[in-house]
Design a protein around this ligand. Structure first.
Ligand SMILES: [Zn+2]
Length: 290
């Protein structure tokens, strides 16, 4: 106990104005160590300040780096990627205009077919004009639809009388003309005549089925082929028939040879196109847009 008391010092605090005093009992060892405490605290303050300054500097560096990266991102966004996006947009626009052009042409061909009384093909917009419903279609779906349309078109084209049963000039057109057998009398000519020599090849102008092959009155040796849309082609005055009734023929197949059989003044090919049994002007079927 004594040893402990000796170690205690009394600190007296004097107030100049009030003459009062305050005393504090402090262990002597603390007073002797006071200098060390002050130095210790100072040391801690210095360390903390250093740390704060260091962290602050690091923070500033990070902020600068962040700013630099942000600037870089903005600059990259402003240059390369935007350029690519513009190019992709432009390509898409170009592709879209091609799709529109293809669609317009398909519609036009369809119009030609319909003009001939053919069913044509379904012409739902594939999306070339960007209408809302078809815009939902994926590119793959659009191309698949075009492929389907072209497939149907090809089939229709092949089955539609088109072009020449033989390549030569016409000697007589469709319509009224003077009867070559009865001078002055008007005669209705239900087809067109193609110049030709006996034995020259005759080709069918569309895929179809032979419905007649034989002698047919004034037509002499004659072939009739049935096609789609109530259409039929007739080839008359032949010297030779090379197909049989019921035979399927492809467009361009040789079916017979030019002759002068029946009501004929000389070797030529008489060609008719019939729609639902009635002769129509074959000139309309020589080219797709006539
Ligand atoms: Zn004729």
């Amino acid at each position: 106990m004594n040893a402990k008391r000796k170690d205690v010092s009394t600190v007296i605090i004097l107030n100049k104005n009030q003459h009062g005093t305050k005393t504090l009992q402090i262990k002597t060892k603390h007073i002797s160590r006071f200098k060390h405490y002050v130095l210790g605290v100072l040391g801690i303050i210095i360390c903390l300040s250093g740390t704060i300054i260091y962290l602050n500097k690091q923070n500033q560096k990070q902020e600068q780096e962040k700013q630099r990266l942000m600037a870089q991102i903005v600059s990259l966004k402003g240059q390369l990627p935007v350029k690519e996006v513009n190019k992709a947009d432009k390509d898409k626009e170009t592709a879209q205009s091609y799709i529109q052009a293809i669609e317009n042409k398909l519609q036009k061909i369809n119009g030609y077919l319909r003009k001939r009384g053919l069913p044509g093909f379904s012409t739902k917009s594939v999306g070339g004009n960007g209408d809302t419903e078809s815009a939902k279609l994926t590119d793959k779906e659009k191309y698949s639809l075009y492929d389907e349309y072209l497939g149907r078109l090809t089939k229709t084209m092949a089955a539609t009388p088109l072009g020449y049963p033989r390549i030569s000039s016409f000697t007589s057109f469709f319509g009224y003309r003077s009867d070559p057998f009865d001078n002055g009398a008007a005669e209705f000519h239900p087809g067109i005549d193609f110049k030709g020599q006996k034995g020259d090849g005759v080709k069918c102008t569309a895929t179809g089925t032979v419905v007649f092959a034989g002698w047919f009155g004034g037509y002499g040796k004659c072939i009739r082929i049935q096609h789609i849309g109530g259409l039929e082609t007739l080839y008359g005055h032949l010297s030779r028939i090379e197909v049989k009734v019921g035979q399927k023929v492809e467009v361009g197949d040789r079916i017979g040879a030019v002759g002068s059989t029946g009501h004929s003044t000389g070797a030529h090919l008489h060609y008719e196109v019939r729609k639902n049994g009635k002769p129509v002007n074959p000139v309309k079927y020589l080219t797709v847009n006539s």
